[in-house]
Design a protein around this ligand. Sequence first.
Ligand SMILES: Nc1ncnc2c1ncn2[C@@H]1O[C@H](COP(=O)(O)OP(=O)(O)OP(=O)(O)O)[C@@H](O)[C@H]1O
Ligand SMILES: [Mg+2]
Length: 157
Amino acid sequence: MRWNALEPGMKETMLKLLEGTAKWPLYLHGSAGSGKTCALRLLVALVSRSKYDTFHDFLVTLREYGSGKFSDANELTIWNRYRKDFDLTVIDEVGSRTPSDFQYETMCRLLDAREDKPFVVASNLTLMELSKLYDDRVSSRCGAGTVYKMAAGDRRF
Ligand SMILES: Nc1ncnc2c1ncn2[C@@H]1O[C@H](COP(=O)(O)OP(=O)(O)OP(=O)(O)O)[C@@H](O)[C@H]1O
Ligand SMILES: [Mg+2]
């Protein structure tokens, strides 16, 4: 998708975040098919040292590194990298199912690792719904910066 196809409010929010006049993190929400992932792919392409993951992918990576599969890297390597090596990180598809304790802890850890750094959490849930699924510690951190709701409905139809 092209930058020009992006809805104006999203474009404006992204530019403000990138120029430093809006506060991170960005909590991006909207219904299924409203264009969140496409918008985030465009944002990630604008920042050189950026990382996009779905929450599921991030959990899989953590497990892989935690399993001892790599002789020179472990779970801590991922956390250190996540904290220091990226100018922007994105976690998409948060809240698509009830979190296990491990998933809950990982979400809190992600939010703390990226505190005061460029970070996006994207979800189909409003902050209120996220608070019910996780708790107010998670929703409070997600909502501490900029909150944007995609204006469009489902674009897949
Ligand atoms: N600004 C846009 N203009 C036109 N089509 C768009 C736009 N943004 C996204 N689309 C199209 O809409 C569809 C859904 O987009 P996308 O996957 O980004 O939505 P999503 O909000 O991430 O959905 P989900 O919640 O299911 O993950 C895609 O087929 C994409 O090509
Ligand atoms: Mg998506």
